[in-house]
Design a protein around this ligand. Structure first.
Ligand code: GRF
Length: 217
């Protein structure tokens, strides 16, 4: 995604809550481990910790609430139009959903085709949607993990970029399993952003291939 001569890509991060994935991205960018810069953080909820995390790094942090655009889901188009306007005004190349709790619609995806990624706390296609860790525990799986994927109009069904797994322990609760999975999230989301920035992914249908070298520019 980086153009010739460019060192970094520009990220827009959408959040809704505590923002530990955002923190991993901000830290990775600052340390130079991710060739990217977070240009803007947008939350659909006011007063969340993620906004403080952005602020602390001097990154513009905005709140855009869907309710200001009418009733959900009718307001989705105009609401996302506003998101697109902000993201474009910051020159964003890649949109990262980091704990963003809304289903993305056509307006955002059309503006950023194959340039919106998300992180999910389960090994997709198992346990899409809400409370993935609880779903996994209740199902009784012995292994779970996290998935980074390209967002499409489905619920957590887009092409998979990276996954990693962890064991489910006998005495796991939703909290302990979530913590173990979160460690994976904080590793593979920055890794996926780096692969995209370095032009190391090709997408053929559902298959995302990782190239070992930078693709010819
Ligand atoms: C993460 O578990 C992520 O996978 C899910 O929501 C949670 C967000 O956590 N989509 P945080 O806000 O990044 O701490």
């Amino acid at each position: 995604m980086k153009n010739e001569g460019e060192e970094k890509i520009s990220l827009g991060v959408l959040v809704s809550g505590r923002g530990t994935n955002l923190q991993a991205i901000l830290d990775g960018c600052e340390k130079g481990e991710i060739p990217a810069e977070v240009k803007v953080v947008i939350s659909n909820r006011p007063g969340v910790k993620a906004l403080e995390r952005a602020d602390a790094k001097g990154v513009p942090a905005k709140v855009v609430e869907p309710k200001d655009f009418g009733k959900w889901p009718q307001c989705k188009g105009p609401y996302e139009k506003k998101l697109v306007e902000i993201l474009k005004s910051y020159g964003v190349d890649l949109v990262v959903l980091a704990g963003y709790d809304r289903l993305v619609g056509e307006t955002l995806l059309d503006a950023f085709p194959m340039k919106v990624i998300n992180i999910h706390p389960a090994l997709l296609p198992a346990f899409p949607g809400l409370n993935a860790q609880k779903q996994a525990l209740e199902y009784g799986v012995k292994v779970s993990g996290a998935t980074v994927f390209f967002v499409d109009l489905s619920v957590d069904g887009g092409p998979i970029i990276l996954q990693d797994s962890c064991k489910v322990m006998e005495d796991d609760t939703v909290a302990t399993l979530s913590d173990r999975i979160l460690e994976i999230e904080h590793r593979i989301l920055p890794e996926a952003i780096t692969l995209i920035a370095d032009n190391r992914l090709t997408v053929e249908g559902r298959r995302v291939r990782i190239l070992t070298q930078d693709r010819e520019k």
